[in-house]
Design a protein around this ligand. Structure first.
Ligand SMILES: Nc1ncnc2c1ncn2[C@@H]1O[C@H](COP(=O)(O)OP(=O)(O)OP(=O)(O)O)[C@@H](O)[C@H]1O
Length: 561
């Protein structure tokens, strides 16, 4: 994913790099020019005015190309970061729910924040890397030109020194990887800190345990690993300095004892360039930690495999591909099974099915069963949030292919899960924000008109009780106006009055409009209002009770397509 993005920016990156190299060439040019001028000190120069003009021109080039490359670079870096954010969010949105659940919210959040930052920093350094590399290469070329004997010595010395630094660099990469892994744990703690705010606030023992046994060990581990990693890069930095000054000292001593034929001004020029080289080489070594951090971040983002489950990788959000089937008449489930993927933390893998079931247009179906019997799991597989391991779902005879039809098929459902998230914008079937008038009608219907208002399709307040929030979620579902409604224990938080209103008025009303309702519920007092009650036990559909009271144990459905 990151590689694709870098490819997208390759031409502006090449342009900024070229400008950086030009800027480097000018700075080396100034150095070389000054070096040559030193030899004229005390002798006078015939071309004095021309020399001053050339120098002024070189300074101008240095400034202009410097500013230009830095400006293009900052624009490029901001553009890359923005594109990376869009890419990441787009790919999270285009990733199957299963994939999101597998990765875990905290890991996605960690990537959205720390990995994007690390990558953007590394990306913005690329032209600086080019600048400094160019400076080093040009300097070495000039050194070779001024004295090949001294250059051969410098080259061998530097090659050996870089070889040793490489060992430290590889170690640094490993340390950075380890450091990044601990970030995920810390983000998990941050998630608990925010989401478990109430529980932590009320319970001092829990607060203590959370702080001392969960957060502090993670923070300390990060501190320890950071110091360790930093120490590695400090070694690299100082090793570089020692090597460079070592080379300079050796040149001076070798010039006295071995290379006695090399003129003094060549040795002085050589040293001048070497002193200049300290800057670019040290910068390159310092940048290595940032670039390596970017490589680690890129690998981390790729390991999430966002968007790859759907085969799409994009900086946009997929939209409905074709017209919905609003006239559908039957939804048939055949031998459907779904098993959660294995994980280290789970004692066993829960699965549902094989399940056979026919649901007709306009039916009111209740799903019941003990906690953990698989009701929600089945519903998630039914509506395409989970991909069944085997079996088929036929929507009006069309066998749903979860690779190509998932998006389209999912559009026929509006769902309120027990752990729902309440969005503030009401979006209609046409994808547009609903009119405030329509929102008001539903606010009145759901007895929230005194608490909530609407402005340009947005609910003005969602600071409500949990039961009231669920009513707002119902309002959003109404406005979505799909043909199938899924309610996962919707009435569980409602007062007796509203619970009755839900079962006796709202659900029959939806049915009378031709909507199909599948509601997970434990409210047996209202089971008689449903057309059918499906009972789950240990992942299996064990009983179907028809509204005439007829009960069918272990129902087998005739396959009629
Ligand atoms: N994300 C998950 N990963 C792995 N296993 C899961 C996951 N979610 C649920 N399970 C397993 O599936 C089983 C059934 O969960 P499910 O949510 O379908 O039950 P349910 O019938 O809806 O229960 P409840 O009435 O308590 O909501 C659980 O006991 C659990 O072992």
């Amino acid at each position: 994913m990151v590689y694709q993005l870098i490819r997208k920016f390759r031409w502006p990156l090449v342009f900024a790099t070229m400008l950086s190299i030009l800027s480097a060439a000018f700075s080396i040019g100034v150095m070389v020019f000054l070096n040559q001028q030193i030899s004229k000190v005390g002798l006078g120069s015939e071309n004095y005015n021309i020399d001053v003009l050339v120098f002024a021109f070189a300074l101008m080039g240095l400034g202009v190309f410097g500013v230009l490359s830095q400006y293009i670079l900052s624009r490029l870096s901001a553009g890359f970061t923005a594109q990376l954010r869009r890419f990441m969010v787009g790919n999270v949105l285009n990733t199957n729910y299963e994939g999101i659940e597998r990765v875990g919210g905290h890991r996605i959040y960690a990537s959205l924040t720390s990995d994007i930052r690390s990558l953007a920093s590394a990306f913005s350094l690329l032209p600086h890397v080019a600048y400094n590399s160019a400076a080093v290469i040009l300097c070495l070329a000039y050194l070779a030109y001024s004295s090949w004997q001294l250059f051969v010595f410098v080259f061998i010395f530097l090659t050996l020194a870089i070889g040793f630094a490489q060992v430290l660099m590889n170690r640094g990469m490993k340390l950075l990887k380890g450091l990044r892994e601990t970030d995920d744990n810390l983000f998990n703690s941050f998630k608990a800190l925010v989401e478990g705010g109430k529980e932590l606030n009320i319970n001092t023992n829990r607060k203590q345990h959370f702080y001392k046994d969960l957060v502090v060990p993670h923070v300390e581990e990060i501190k320890r690993k950071s110091v360790h990693t930093e120490l590695n890069f400090i070694f690299i930095h100082n090793w570089t300095n020692v090597v460079l000054f070592g080379v300079m000292g050796s040149i001076v001593f070798l010039a006295q004892a071995v290379f006695t034929t090399v003129p003094v001004e060549v040795v002085v020029g050589f040293l001048l360039i070497m002193i200049y080289l300290v800057g670019p080489i040290s910068s390159l070594m310092d940048m290595y930690s940032v670039v390596a951090g970017g490589v680690v971040a890129s690998k981390k983002i790729n390991s999430l495999e966002l968007g790859t489950q759907t085969g799409r990788l994009a900086d946009h959000v997929d939209s409905k591909s074709s017209e919905l089937n609003d006239d559908w008449q039957s939804l048939r489930v055949r031998d459907l099974t779904y098993q959660y993927p294995s994980s280290e933390n789970e004692m066993y893998q829960f699965g549902v099915g094989p399940i056979n079931l026919d649901i007709n247009r306009g039916e009111l179906v209740f799903v019941t069963g003990g906690n953990g019997s698989g009701k929600s799991t089945f519903i998630k597989a039914l509506i395409g949030l989970y991909t069944p391991n085997s079996g088929q779902i036929y929507f009006d005879g069309k066998c749903i292919d979860f690779d190509s039809d998932r998006e389209w098929y999912g559009q026929h459902f509006s769902a309120i899960f027990s752990d729902f998230y309440l969005f503030q914008h009401a979006i209609g079937k046409d994808g547009q924000l609903a009119s405030d008038e329509l929102i008001h009608q539903y606010l009145t219907k759901l007895q929230l008109d005194k608490k909530v208002d609407a402005q340009d399709g947005e609910l003005t307040s969602v600071s409500l009780s949990h039961g009231q929030k669920k009513r707002l979620a119902l309002l959003l579902s109404y406005i979505e106006d799909t043909s199938i409604y899924i309610f996962d224990e919707w009435a569980a938080d409602q007062d007796p009055y509203f619970r009755k209103y839900f079962y006796m008025t709202l659900l029959p009303e939806l049915k009378s409009k031709g909507k199909t309702v599948i509601a997970i519920t434990h409210d047996d007092a209202y089971f008689h209002t449903a057309d059918r009650v499906l009972k789950f036990e240990s992942g299996l559909l064990v009983e179907v009770t028809e509204n005439d009271g007829k009960s069918v144990a272990n129902p087998k459905v005739e396959v009629v397509l």
